[in-house]
Design a protein around this ligand. Structure first.
Ligand code: HEM
Length: 455
């Protein structure tokens, strides 16, 4: 057992440190070693401090430490590296705290209500059917990672924001420039990736502003509207005033950032796992055979949920547990906090290490939950009484993922729609190992052939 996990009730222990001074070697190790955090957890315990390129960071893992952080929201605030902070913008809810943050979550959350998801479902079903038709007609192997990325982007840009083809492609091109600099050094030297990203950000905001204005005009004239932007009208800020357009467009940019790569990663990892585990795939397919496709009109948003398709829900949990699309997220402490028996002083940046947590069973678990077993692909563990694991792929507490319901809907509809319509097969000789940055995804692009299913 790692040190320090036994006596949470006793007086808190001081924060263990790796002793890194400049953080240069630690940063190199962080980018090269997928096991960076886990190795140090084994050595220093579930809460320790290190330094990455001059930035002190407290890594935490495990249910007790993570729950203690998330259930005391008044003791911490959101935090992002300077590059992300600048590219998202000061108005973005990701960079706000307290009442400012809650008010914007209420406004943006209207895009993900049950009624909004019912509205989006036919558009998502149509995109799934288009991909199934493309796969069935293909005469050569198709790189599924690329198609799933396109799908996830289109859901946000077209189905949620209502952009049409031309606008969507221009948005995508600028979005790619913007994303490339997200975790770079935030110096806007002319010609640098960061300077190009700042310019792309201005174009993205301008385009999103036009889309918002168009939606407002169409809604005003009673014209039918693509997407859900009319749902934002009337959203108020913390002082009860309508949000300005400058404020709203920064929230829309955040949705592209938060919802695209993450959802594409979960879809790619799910299908890659299924194709590498034929027994589990056959077990799932039995359940899918009993479900209708397409779902009955008006029912797509709930037709394949955990009650109707428990095996699918267990599969998704297993894949997101093993390969969380967001490997970690940050907070900064605003007062001293005791996390799993360790005193973390005020002003510390904390990294919640989800990926490392999920491969580490509860401290009091019996052998069936220990590390070796957690590495196995065993979706059945989530059925019945559940696994007892604290898996938080969508985070938790006041900053829990705003798009969780949409992401889960996309995953369900893609899994059911694709697996019912085509017989996916892995093309031979490809690299199925996962690249981990920015989100897990099969290195070889997940090449598949997919004849249509006949029965
Ligand atoms: C499988 C897909 C997804 C995963 C695994 C995921 C995961 C997460 C995680 C871990 C957080 C951070 C929570 C925290 O800081 O405590 C987050 C935040 C967020 N997510 Fe997602 N997400 C996904 C899809 C989406 C989608 C589709 C959208 C919207 C289109 C979205 C919008 C957001 C927003 C706006 C936040 C910021 C919330 C805040 O700071 O209050 N996410 N997500």
């Amino acid at each position: 057992m790692a040190p320090g996990n036994t006596a949470a009730a006793a007086s808190p222990r001081p924060l263990p440190s790796t002793g890194a001074v400049t953080g240069v070697l630690e940063a190199l190790a962080f980018f090269r070693d997928g096991d960076f955090a886990r190795r140090r957890f084994e050595r220093f315990g579930n809460v320790y401090e290190t330094r990455l390129l001059g930035q002190p960071l407290v890594f935490i893992r495990g249910g007790p430490a993570i729950q203690a952080l998330l259930t005391q929201p008044e003791a911490s605030e959101g935090w992002w590296p300077a590059s992300v902070k600048q590219l998202l913008g000061s108005r973005s809810l990701a960079n706000r705290n307290g009442a400012d943050h809650r008010a914007r979550r209420r406004v943006v959350g209207q895009l993900f209500s049950a009624a909004a998801l019912r509205r989006y479902s036919p558009g998502i079903v149509a995109l799934v059917n288009a991909l199934a038709a493309e796969l069935a007609a293909a005469t050569a192997a198709v790189p599924l990672v690329d198609r799933l990325r396109r799908f996830a982007f289109t859901v946000i840009a077209q189905v949620v924001l209502g952009l049409d083809g031309g606008d969507r492609d221009a948005l995508f091109a600028d979005f790619e420039i913007w994303t490339r600099a997200l975790f770079s050094i935030p110096l806007a030297i002319p010609g640098s990736p960061f300077a190009r990203a700042l310019a792309a950000r201005q174009r993205l905001l301008a385009r999103l502003g036009e889309v918002l204005e168009r939606a407002r005009q169409q809604a005003g004239q009673g014209l039918p509207l693509a997407g859900g932007l009319d749902l934002l009208s009337g959203g108020l800020d913390e002082a009860g005033l309508p949000l300005t357009d400058d404020d709203l467009v920064e929230q829309l940019l955040l949705l592209l950032f938060a919802g695209y790569e993450t959802t594409a990663s979960s879809l790619s990892c799910l299908l890659a796992a299924l194709l590498q585990h034929p027994r589990e795939l056959a077990w799932l397919q039995e359940e899918l055979d009993a479900l209708p496709w397409p779902p009955a009109p008006g029912e797509a948003a709930t037709a394949d949920d955990a009650a109707a398709a428990p095996r699918l829900a267990a599969m998704v949990q297993e894949v997101m547990g093993l390969n969380p699309p967001v490997g970690g997220f940050f907070r900064r402490t605003t007062r001293e906090l005791v996390l799993d028996g360790v005193a973390v002083p005020a002003g510390k940046v904390v990294q919640v290490a989800l990926a490392a947590s999920n491969r580490h069973g509860p401290e009091d678990a019996d052998m069936s939950l220990q590390a070796d077993d957690l590495e196995q692909f065993r979706p059945g563990r989530h059925l019945g009484e559940g696994s007892g694991l604290t898996l938080l792929p969508f985070g938790g507490g006041e900053r829990v993922c705003l798009g969780k319901a949409l992401a889960e809907l996309e995953i369900r509809l893609m899994a059911v729609g694709l697996l019912k319509q085509v017989r996916l097969q892995l093309a031979p000789d490809q690299d199925l190992s996962l690249q981990l940055v920015p989100s897990p995804s099969p290195r070889g692009g997940l090449l598949v052939t997919a004849p249509a299913r006949t029965a």
